[in-house]
Design a protein around this ligand. Structure first.
Ligand code: ADP
Ligand code: ADP
Length: 223
């Protein structure tokens, strides 16, 4: 499991998040919910290893991750705009992490096909990513992040670049994919509905602090 203990992150003199305690159990999907600027991305980046905490510890099980670089943490990352490799086709994007791990070509093709089915893009292997819709691009980004079977998926506003109607549909699809993949995930969002569609548990943030944690319906009742 992921555990965050008394984590503080500063940008110069600005304390972006302060004294955060948070845990994500295996198989759990937790949403970090709060208004823009409250420190959600900063906390996610600290967990990913992209932002060193000024204080506190990020652990996976009993291992302190302070000295473990981003690509060795075994986490999968999905950001707001997907950040696909524009010069690779869909299969090339999804297979990226598998190629890095030297998975044999035949296994890689099978795994890519499986993942594309999972995210609702069966048969899209040879499409150019630049010709896909925003929603399709986010599905590719999700498939790419899931490919190496990450022990934790970190999603930073994965749907917020999309329009409202599409977001609702994709939030439900994403919830289904996370369930089928039995993923452990931490999802950053400023959108209540999205948090409640996706998460087993919601951690509410305000001004750099986690102010409330609980199942979606409990958090809903205590605004
Ligand atoms: P959220 O994800 O909830 O919108 P952020 O974590 O992005 O919030 O930002 C938290 C605070 O830290 C904000 O005041 C923001 O302006 C500041 N901040 C974020 N990134 C940086 C940075 N790279 N340098 C300086 N300040 C930053
Ligand atoms: P840098 O200053 O080199 O960008 P970072 O800590 O931001 O250092 O990232 C190190 C490298 O790891 C970057 O090339 C980044 O693109 C890459 N990276 C980021 N996330 C992941 C990931 N989930 N798996 C593998 N590599 C990643």
């Amino acid at each position: 499991m992921l555990s965050v203990t008394e984590v503080t992150v500063r940008y110069g003199s600005l304390t972006a998040v302060s004294d955060i305690d948070l845990a994500v159990a295996d198989g759990e999907v937790v949403a970090l919910l709060g208004p823009s600027g409250c420190g959600k991305s900063t906390l996610l980046r600290a967990i990913a290893g992209l932002e060193p905490p000024a204080r506190g510890v990020v652990r996976w099980d009993d291992t302190d991750l302070a000295a473990v670089p981003v690509h060795r943490r075994g986490f999968g990352l999905v950001f707001q705009d997907g950040q696909l490799f524009p010069h690779r086709d869909v299969a090339g994007n999804v297979a990226f992490g598998l190629r890095m791990r030297h998975m044999p070509t035949a296994d890689r093709r099978t795994r890519v096909a499986e993942l594309l089915e999972l995210v609702g893009l069966g048969g899209y292997e040879h499409r150019r990513v630049t010709e896909l819709s925003g929603g399709e691009q986010q599905r590719v980004a999700l498939a790419r992040a899931l490919a190496p079977r990450p022990r934790l998926l970190l999603l930073d506003e994965p749907l917020s670049a999309l329009d409202r109607a599409l977001r609702e549909q994709l939030a439900m699809d994403l919830a289904g994919v996370l369930r089928v993949a039995d993923a452990t995930a931490l999802v950053v969002t400023h959108d209540h509905d999205e948090a409640f569609t996706l998460a087993d548990r919601v951690a509410v943030m305000r001004a750099g602090a986690v102010v409330q944690t609980g199942p979606p319906d409990e958090v809903w009742r205590r605004p």
